[in-house]
Design a binder for this molecule. Structure first.
Ligand code: SLL
Length: 257
């Protein structure tokens, strides 16, 4: 139908997604049977719906996103065989074992009917539960033994894919698949490595969960940052005025000589 190829002007529709990785330390037994004995971790990098399935240990992934995503291409480090991995169906993820962290290029291609260009993002594959030392800013990774006790490492980014002026046919597809809403507040314990040190919430095997509350918290963080920027700007503006006066005075003194 011709009207299906018409863009719905002025309308924007979005889909919440997450991308990132989960990693676990291989047990000594697993390391023995793994084809690469120098590998220390098993990891999964993925693009998923933001909402998690109820009672699931998986971060996100409640919805199958293949109604609007055709393919996700994960470009791994060149030390991996066939580093470009094309995933054409749900779940859009790659699992591997390895020894090092690296940047994964993630390219999301939408279904043909969308008429949308592919988008590219990057995720730094995280294997270690990095902590910042109390004295300095240098991140430290605990030993593998300690890391194993701390449970899986999670590193996930929430994002919203926004489609502006979508084609009517694509809009129909999207509206036929409403995303599972995020829970209002979190129900799951916070993973050990992302909780505040010593916090009661910290839990081995805790799973990150994206909630509606996080949006409010992010808005609050932005507001605090905005105020801090204004305070700093005022402070430096005052300093600049003071220095300009000093300069003027000195120039006048030079002129007087
Ligand atoms: C690092 N710049 O030095 C990074 C590179 C590469 C990780 C990390 C698998 C290797 C393989 C693997 O873990 N590559 O299977 O040969 O930390």
């Amino acid at each position: 139908m011709a009207e299906q190829r018409v863009r719905v002007r002025g309308l924007s529709i979005h889909r919440p997604i997450i991308y990132g990785n989960t990693a676990t330390v291989l047990t000594p037994e697993e390391r023995k049977i793994n084809p690469s004995p120098d590998h220390t971790h098993r990891w999964t990098v993925a693009v998923r719906s933001a909402a998690s399935a109820p009672d699931s240990d998986i971060v996100g992934g409640a919805d199958d996103l293949s109604y609007f995503i055709k393919r996700v291409t994960f470009k791994l480090h060149e030390t991996y065989p066939n580093p470009t991995r094309n995933i054409e169906k749900h779940p859009f993820e790659v699992s591997e074992t390895g020894w090092g962290e690296f940047e994964v290029q993630i390219r999301i291609t939408f279904i043909q009917e969308s008429g949308e260009k592919a988008i590219t993002t990057y995720h730094h594959l995280k294997l270690h539960p990095w902590t910042v030392t109390s004295d300095g800013q240098i991140p430290e990774a605990p030993s593998l033994e300690t890391a194993a006790k701390m449970g899986p490492v999670h590193s996930w980014q929430y994002d919203e894919i926004v489609f502006h002026d979508p084609y009517q046919s694509f809009l129909n597809i999207l509206t036929a698949h409403p995303p599972t809403p995020l829970p209002k507040i979190r129900k799951k314990p916070v993973p050990f490595h992302t909780a505040n040190p010593g916090s009661l919430e910290a839990s081995k095997g805790g799973v990150p969960e994206f909630t509606q509350e996080m949006e409010k918290e992010e808005a609050e963080r932005l507001e605090i940052a905005r105020k801090a920027v204004i305070t700093e700007t005022d402070k430096w503006r005052a300093k600049l005025i003071e220095k300009e006066k000093e300069l003027e005075l000195l120039q006048r003194q030079i002129g007087d000589v």
